[in-house]
Design a protein around this ligand. Structure first.
Ligand code: ATP
Ligand code: MG
Length: 377
């Protein structure tokens, strides 16, 4: 694949896509717009509708309602092979009896486009070069590693120069290290090719590191569609806030008690005094969930923070930092500390919940009300 015959990726638009199976609604009116050349991840728990979306995009499944546009063309009734897309499945299923070269050439031979042998070889060689698998062409799939097999599967999708790649959990069969390597390679490849990629995963860190934008699903409904940082810093609701981040957000259900100029958060017997001057008084009298990510829970006294004393229960060393769990009044806080601080389970420690890291959600609807100490309009 050379620069000039690489198509710039095609844009995608899903309009009001609905799909139900016998007893479950897989997608309930999905609207999604993906710009040409964008890397978009579909992220959500098992059964939330990610694969269904991908299959509808690919044309393997017909929606009950809605339209699909690729490159501005309505392809809702167009067969899969005419949509200009290539799909890489989770179990990448290489043909075991074919060499890597034959596996790569297969889509070109099967496409009925009557490409000459020389043209097929040229394209296979170019893709193999791009993916760094040129030295493996004569081997059989069983003779190469999992990561190399994954690259062959990707190459098989690339040979046809599709405007859109659909990848369904393509790294899930790989061990943790290799997964990180392939993640890096995939990102570099996307930077180079600028094809449109729709990437299904239920791994939030994978989505965060790879994507231009992330679409977060829950039960067939889109919860938020935004850049990774936007989703991390400004989660639309409790579900999104909890789903993003390598550790769960600390969440306390309770209410704001306003006493003159001072406001306190009360959750059971837990009392947390807010720093003065925040937006907290405006939320008195509602059932709320107060959230703070572990990186917002630190040891020691800090300005503009909620302070409390808690008993250290458990400490995990994570190389560059320590993750600690501390309890007070029936509430548990997960926080982070530097790697060298001596921390002994059982001891009492002063905690600070940074004001700029505090989130507030409506407890009933989950809707976000305050992001990082700032109320939403
Ligand atoms: N062929 C089918 N028949 C009946 N129900 C199905 C079928 N395929 C999917 N579903 C249901 O549709 C919903 C969405 O499934 P989908 O495969 O899109 O989820 P997913 O987000 O890809 O999940 P996972 O992360 O487990 O792959 C689920 O409730 C699932 O049980
Ligand atoms: Mg799936």
């Amino acid at each position: 694949m050379t620069a000039q015959d690489t198509p710039s990726g095609a844009g995608i638009e899903l309009r009001g896509i609905a799909k139900r199976y016998a007893e479950s609604v897989a997608l309930a009116g999905l609207d999604l717009r993906i710009e040409p050349g964008e890397f978009v991840s579909l992220l959500g728990p098992s059964g939330s509708g990610k694969t269904t979306t991908l299959h509808i995009l690919a044309g393997l499944l017909a929606p009950d309602a809605g339209r699909i546009l690729i490159g501005g063309r309505d392809v809702t009734d167009v067969s899969p092979d005419q949509r200009g897309i290539a799909m890489v499945f989770q179990n990448y299923a290489l043909y075991p009896h074919m060499t890597v070269e034959r596996n790569l050439a297969f889509p070109l031979r099967a496409s009925g486009r009557n490409l000459g042998t020389a043209e097929i070889s040229r394209r296979v060689a170019a893709v193999a070069e791009t993916l760094g698998i040129g030295h493996l062409l004569e081997r059989y799939p069983r003779e190469i590693s999992g990561g190399q097999q994954q690259r062959v599967a990707l190459g098989r999708a690339m040979v046809r120069d599709p405007g859109v790649f659909l990848l369904d959990e393509p790294l899930s069969n790989l061990d943790a290290r290799l997964r990180l390597r392939m993640r890096h390679d995939l990102k570099a490849l996307h930077l180079r090719l600028r094809s449109t990629i729709v990437y299904v995963t239920h791994d939030q860190s994978e989505a965060m590191s790879l994507s231009d934008r992330i679409a977060i699903y829950q039960s067939g409904l889109l919860q938020q569609y935004a850049t990774p940082m936007e989703i991390y810093r400004r989660p639309a609701n409790l579900f999104v806030a909890n789903f993003m981040g390598d550790r769960e957000m600390n969440i306390f259900e309770g209410e704001v008690i306003a006493d003159g100029a001072h406001q306190t958060f009360r959750a059971g017997t837990l009392r947390l005094a807010f720093p003065d001057g925040g937006p907290w008084a405006g939320f008195a009298g509602r059932k709320l969930a107060l959230g703070v990510r572990p990186e917002g829970v630190l040891l020691g006294a800090r300005p503009d923070a909620v302070a409390c004393q808690a008993r250290l229960r458990l400490v995990e060393h994570a190389g560059a930092e320590q993750i600690f769990f501390a309890e007070t009044d029936g509430a548990e806080f997960c926080g982070k500390a530097g790697p060298d601080l001596p921390l002994r389970p059982g001891e009492m420690v002063p905690l600070s919940l940074l004001g700029a890291e505090l989130y507030l959600f409506d407890a009933a609807s989950g809707q976000a009300l305050v992001h990082g100490g700032v109320p939403l309009p």
